[in-house]
Design a protein around this ligand. Structure first.
Ligand SMILES: Nc1ncnc2c1ncn2[C@@H]1O[C@H](COP(=O)(O)OP(=O)(O)OP(=O)(O)O)[C@@H](O)[C@H]1O
Ligand SMILES: [Mg+2]
Length: 459
């Protein structure tokens, strides 16, 4: 009986509430209801000194993953691992462990003495609706940042900038590098996994340091380039005989800076318009490589006679197209030196982001001075025959030897004979598992002596 009475009471209370709501809706027009709601919100704000900012996992109509959310997740993964009691671990592409907060976990962070709180929340999936937009029916997470309103300027400005910048830097360190190659006016991509590093590169240590410093200064030079009003780009010309390590150095550059590599095969590009399209698709943090530039373009033709010379970028392309119908040679080689130079000077400057362009050649003397002048190719690096210093690096890489009684003899011979690092490496490479280092060094000495004999006979 008592239970029945209780249910009857609850039932009548609910009915009463619904009646009041219905009356409220009927007799209060929408703008009035909104105004009451606003006043209520203001009252809550007045007594609540906290400000909250929410960062959703997906944004926009197409529910695209939010970059800010990703950066915050990475940043908080780093900062929260000392505090959060539940963390989620995963392996990044470069095999480093990445930690993240678990759902509904809250952590605090401190910035210039001010404490803020971050909460990872989650909306349940909407199972009642079917959506064509990807991701909209899945669980949607969000981060909520809460702080005291008297720190509004500090947190919304410097703190959030700092969080996003740190998160982005960590993300870019962990991302997988790609190698792009062009075919039929499209870029094809594969994962870039070249093992070469500056440490394993056989090069004189001072030269190596100079190049590494230059690259690091470039990659950190965003503000410097902005201040001096120059596009954030740098050109490198690598020249030297075959097998001296030009391609190996490009791989080492990509590994040092964690940049993607765009290996541009100019002979596969039909016109300056195609070239422009391909180049416009190149992302930031990348190295654009044009190998054997002397074989890729007709560099012997004086630039003044080239059909696109002195023309603005767009005009040049049209001229090329017109002249291509007239001249047979232009049909086969429509990418012109001036088309390429226009790009290096022009389009790049209008696209943000850091980009290196690297040309390689075996014949630096064949190149048009316009192509390699400073400002276009800022740094000219000669990769030369193997020096004793470079040999010592190869001996360490291939034989794990820092010194050996045979080293002085090898040093003397390398001073008299031209042998590329590729050839030296080939002699140092163990041919069987049981072969000892001594044998390899002797093999190298024999090869150097033979080369010396040949040079004597030749001269
Ligand atoms: N400086 C070097 N340091 C370490 N290894 C080197 C060096 N130079 C050459 N090698 C070795 O020789 C091989 C060929 O070198 P690489 O392809 O870099 O030469 P290259 O200068 O690009 O030649 P090419 O002008 O023919 O393109 C590499 O796979 C590498 O193992
Ligand atoms: Mg090469």
């Amino acid at each position: 009986m008592a239970m029945r009475g209780l249910f009857a009471n609850v039932g009548s209370t609910m009915a009463g509430l619904m009646f009041v709501c219905a009356m409220f809706r009927q007799y209060f027009p929408e703008h009035l209801r909104f105004s009451v709601w606003r006043r209520y919100q203001n009252l809550v704000k007045f007594f609540n000194p906290q400000i909250s900012i929410t960062f959703n996992q997906f944004v926009g109509k197409w529910a695209t993953p939010s970059q800010a959310y990703g950066d915050i997740r990475t940043y908080l993964g780093q900062t929260s691992f000392a505090q959060a009691s539940r963390l989620i671990g995963s392996l990044a592409h470069n095999k480093t462990l990445v930690l993240g907060m678990s759902d509904f976990e809250e952590v605090t962070d401190e910035f210039q003495g001010v404490q803020v709180r971050w909460l990872l929340g989650k909306h349940a999936p909407n199972t009642n609706s079917i959506s064509v937009y990807s991701g909209t029916n899945h669980e949607k997470r969000y981060y909520t940042l809460t702080f005291h309103k008297r720190h509004r300027a500090l947190i919304i400005g410097p703190y959030l900038n700092y969080v996003l910048k740190e998160g982005r830097a960590l993300n870019s360190r962990n991302r997988k590098k790609k190698l792009y190659t062009n075919e039929d006016n499209e870029w094809n991509q594969v994962v870039f996994q070249h093992p070469a590093t500056f440490e394993t590169l056989a090069l004189d240590p001072e030269k190596k340091k100079e190049i590494m410093d230059d690259l690091m200064a470039f990659s950190k030079g965003e503000q410097f380039y902005a201040r001096i009003g120059r596009a954030w780009k740098r050109g490198y010309l690598l020249y030297g005989p075959p097998g001296t390590g030009k391609s190996t150095m490009i791989a080492a550059m990509a590994n040092l800076l964690n940049y993607d590599v765009y290996d541009l095969e100019l002979t596969g590009v039909k016109s300056n318009t195609e070239l422009k399209k391909l180049l416009m698709e190149i992302s930031s943090k990348s190295i654009i490589v044009i190998e054997d530039i002397d074989c890729s373009l007709d560099l012997t033709a004086p630039r003044k006679k080239a059909p696109t010379d002195k023309l603005a970028d767009g005009e040049g392309d049209d001229k090329v197209k017109k002249s291509a119908t007239k001249s047979k040679s232009n049909e086969t080689r429509n990418v012109t030196l001036s088309g390429l130079l226009n790009f290096i000077d022009g389009i790049w400057s209008s696209c943000g982001g850091e980009r290196l362009i690297v040309f390689t050649t075996n014949h630096v003397e064949k190149l048009d001075p316009a192509l390699i002048r400073k400002g276009r190719m800022d740094k000219h690096i000669e990769l030369a025959y193997c020096s004793f210093q470079a040999f010592k690096i190869l001996a360490k890489n291939y034989l794990s030897l820092e010194s050996h009684p045979a080293f002085p003899k090898i040093g003397e011979l390398l001073g008299q004979v031209n042998m590329t690092p590729a050839d030296v490496a080939e002699h140092l490479m163990p041919k069987t598992l049981s072969e000892d280092a001594e044998f390899r060094l002797e093999d190298l000495i024999k090869a150097l002596e033979k080369a010396k004999e040949r040079e004597k006979v030749g001269s």
